[in-house]
Design a binder for this molecule. Structure first.
Ligand SMILES: C[S@@+](CC[C@H](N)C(=O)[O-])C[C@H]1O[C@@H](n2cnc3c(N)ncnc32)[C@H](O)[C@@H]1O
Length: 278
């Protein structure tokens, strides 16, 4: 029988990887291909910030990406996987902070500090405040970051008129409550972790319900109930309009971060950018 070469798989086993030119993902590419993939990734990120989030100031996104990946191995909390913000959502955090150029950054839900390090790298000169119920597990510390062992709502941290303020909420508290508190303190730019629509609550045990996406999309009506199973435990949430704390009238924009997995191989997480009305 004639052997048809065209039907054979074209990949070849090799004893070891030799291509190291592409720092962006698990697949190593030859230099020209790596450069084209980077251009494509940069264009995708720029389009997202411009078309979906309305940021018009040009940025050197390739530089922002390079900075993120250069700093990543030095994150002292990177090995603490459980409960910490992963590399994929941290990349969106980094890119978003670079777009906003905040002078004041707040994080609520600091745990080991894996995301706190990310924000510090993205905004090295911004004033920073971190909130958690305990800092016993914190692995990244910076004397220039003020630590608060209290709830954000009980602090006097405010965004002054001449500040550009940013808050990363990773504390799984009701997003409507957090939006109302952030707005009352003069903040406009927020990122929420675990910010899913109703159909994805089953990914988590304690998402901050109702999430900013549910509120912005007006997904829930009074009395609507969600039930799901988290690691064998059944959980129920019943929506009450009081749970939004009026956030629906404060949100200008709420957009989930898209996946960059086709370029980077990193799971994106379920983060969302939320812009508040002035
Ligand atoms: C998912 S972890 C945060 C992970 C962190 N962003 C990181 O990358 O390491 C959630 C954190 O929220 C904290 N938390 C719970 N209630 C809080 C509250 N009311 N204010 C601030 N943090 C709170 C928990 O103690 C926990 O450390």
């Amino acid at each position: 029988m004639q052997h048809d070469m065209a039907l054979q798989a074209l990949e070849k086993p090799i004893p070891a990887l030799t291509l190291t030119a592409d720092p962006l993902g698990p697949v190593k590419c030859s230099p020209a291909l790596a450069a084209r993939r980077l251009d494509d990734l940069v264009a995708f990120i720029d389009r997202f910030f411009m078309d979906d989030l309305g940021f018009t100031t040009p940025r050197d996104t390739a530089r922002d990406l390079t900075d993120f990946f250069a700093a990543l191995p030095r994150n002292p909390a990177r090995d603490a996987k459980a409960g910490a913000t992963g590399d994929g959502p941290n990349l969106w955090l980094h890119l978003t902070v670079r777009r906003i150029q905040p002078t004041l950054c707040v994080e609520s839900g600091t745990w080991v500090g894996r995301s706190l390090y990310t924000t510090r790298v993205a905004a090295p000169d911004a004033a920073m405040h971190a909130f958690d119920i305990t800092f016993k597990r914190l692995k990244f510390r910076d004397p220039a970051i003020t630590l608060h062992e209290q709830d954000f709502s009980q602090s006097d941290v405010r965004c002054a008129a001449n500040d550009v303020g940013f808050i990363y909420f990773d504390d799984h508290i009701n997003n409507g409550r957090r939006i109302a508190q952030a707005h009352a303190r003069g903040f406009r730019h927020l990122v929420f972790d675990q910010c899913v629509p109703a159909g994805q609550v089953q990914l988590f045990r304690f998402p901050g319900l109702p999430t900013a996406l549910m509120i912005a999309r007006r997904e829930m009506q009074p009395g609507d109930t969600l039930e799901w199973t988290w690691r064998g435990e059944h959980v129920r949430y019943t929506f009450d309009p009081a749970h939004t704390h009026g956030a629906e009238s404060l949100i200008d924009l709420a957009v989930p971060f898209p996946s960059l997995e086709p370029w980077l191989g990193l799971p994106p997480g379920q983060g969302a950018y939320v812009r508040l009305k002035p």
